[in-house]
Design a protein around this ligand. Structure first.
Ligand SMILES: NC(=O)c1ccc[n+]([C@@H]2O[C@H](COP(=O)([O-])OP(=O)(O)OC[C@H]3O[C@@H](n4cnc5c(N)ncnc54)[C@H](OP(=O)(O)O)[C@@H]3O)[C@@H](O)[C@H]2O)c1
Length: 338
């Protein structure tokens, strides 16, 4: 048993008093801090909300009555973009290879519940992007039909699956013509009218694979890298004419892209890849394309954490990225038993 002396007792008492005083002081500081932080937080949320609302109104005003040309409108992302831009009051020109599918889409849009005076019946133009002559006459047809193009959305594209060794050069060329030369030719044919007006906007749907290359996608990744490079150059060259260029690079989207992909011998791949099936919804990506267009963003990466990290890794630690891709190739080869 221990007995404390009166001096020890007084010391203990003084220590408790001190601790109590310190706590009171701390609580006061916290009280003042919380009094300042809460209104500051609420204010920031309010300002942010107002900023977003203004941005949305500005986007609506920008799209309303604008002539918007969308390629690849018969399927996937192009079709969803058509819906979003139509609802916002754009004067649409829907492009694709299949006239019937385009007409079906026009019927779907005009008979949808969203009826208001600000909506315009879309025009359709049918052509194959891989046929450069057809592209230039399509551009003439578009300009004749609507006068000027305010926004051109180069969305159409085709994917590819195969090994470089087993792929015909004709397949590389076909993918390049569809994904790169076609959009380039269409853009070049439309640009002079935009320059004359000193206004216009070119939007391009590239891909994460326009920033990093994944094994067994060589032709596709090459075409998207070329797309990114071309439109980055265009952005700089068009600045004096006040023409905007937006490159959107999405990760996987739930569309028919992998089903429609070509293989090394030119035949259809015809498989719905797991990564595509589990990708972002085409409707969500279309909304992101709509906002990026309205906000005149220059370059948009629409991807999850891993693909985004991979894009940075390719630049900051290329050796690590290359070895990761090599092991991915090895794994994929093993799973296919080749
Ligand atoms: N899905 C993804 O995971 C993903 C990811 C990143 C980027 N992207 C890009 O998103 C864009 C849209 O693809 P999607 O995913 O919506 O695929 P999709 O469902 O296969 O649609 C592709 C569209 O492009 C059109 N097209 C293909 N070849 C054409 C040609 N030679 N001439 C004219 N039109 C042609 C198709 O028209 P037809 O009906 O005539 O075939 C179709 O309308 C593409 O640029 C693609 O590279 C897709």
């Amino acid at each position: 048993m221990s007995y404390s002396t009166p001096i020890e007792k007084t010391e203990t008492f003084l220590m408790y008093v001190n601790v109590f005083r310190q706590s009171v002081r701390k609580w006061k500081i916290m009280d003042i801090t919380s009094m300042a932080i809460i209104p500051l937080l609420l204010g920031s949320v309010g300002v942010f909300g107002l900023y977003k609302l203004l941005q949305r109104l500005r986007t609506r005003a920008y799209i309303q009555d604008a002539v918007v040309v969308i390629t690849g409108a018969t399927s996937g992302l192009g079709k969803e973009c058509a819906k979003v831009f139509y609802r916002a009051g754009a004067r649409l020109v829907l492009c694709g290879r299949d006239r019937e599918k385009l007409q079906d889409l026009v019927r779907e849009l005009t008979s949808s519940g969203h009826k208001s005076e600000k909506m315009h019946k879309p025009h359709t133009v049918t052509f194959d992007l891989a046929d450069i002559e057809a592209v230039s006459s399509a551009a003439e047809e578009i300009l004749k039909c609507v006068g000027n193009v305010d926004i051109l959305i180069n969305n159409a594209g085709i994917s590819y699956r195969g090994t470089i060794l087993d792929t015909d050069v004709d397949v590389d060329k076909m993918v390049m013509e569809t994904n790169y030369f076609g959009p380039v030719a269409l853009t070049k044919a439309i640009l002079p009218s935009m320059i004359k007006k000193r206004s216009g906007h070119i939007v391009v749907i590239s891909s994460v694979q326009g920033k990093i290359s994944i094994p067994f996608r060589s032709a596709y990744a090459a075409s998207k890298h070329a797309t990114q490079a071309f439109f980055d150059c265009l952005r700089a060259e068009m600045e004096p004419y006040e023409i905007d260029v937006t490159v959107v690079s999405p990760g996987y989207i739930q569309t028919n892209l992998s089903l429609n992909a070509v293989t090394g011998d030119g035949s259809k791949y015809g498989v719905m890849d797991k990564s595509t099936a589990e990708g972002m919804s085409a409707a969500d990506v279309a909304l992101a394309v709509f906002s990026a267009t309205g906000e005149k963003k220059k370059d948009v990466l629409l991807a999850g954490l891993l693909p985004t990290l991979a894009v940075y890794l390719r630049t900051l630690a290329p050796k690590v990225f290359f070895s990761l891709m090599a092991s991915r190739a090895k794994k994929e080869r093993k799973s296919k038993g080749s």
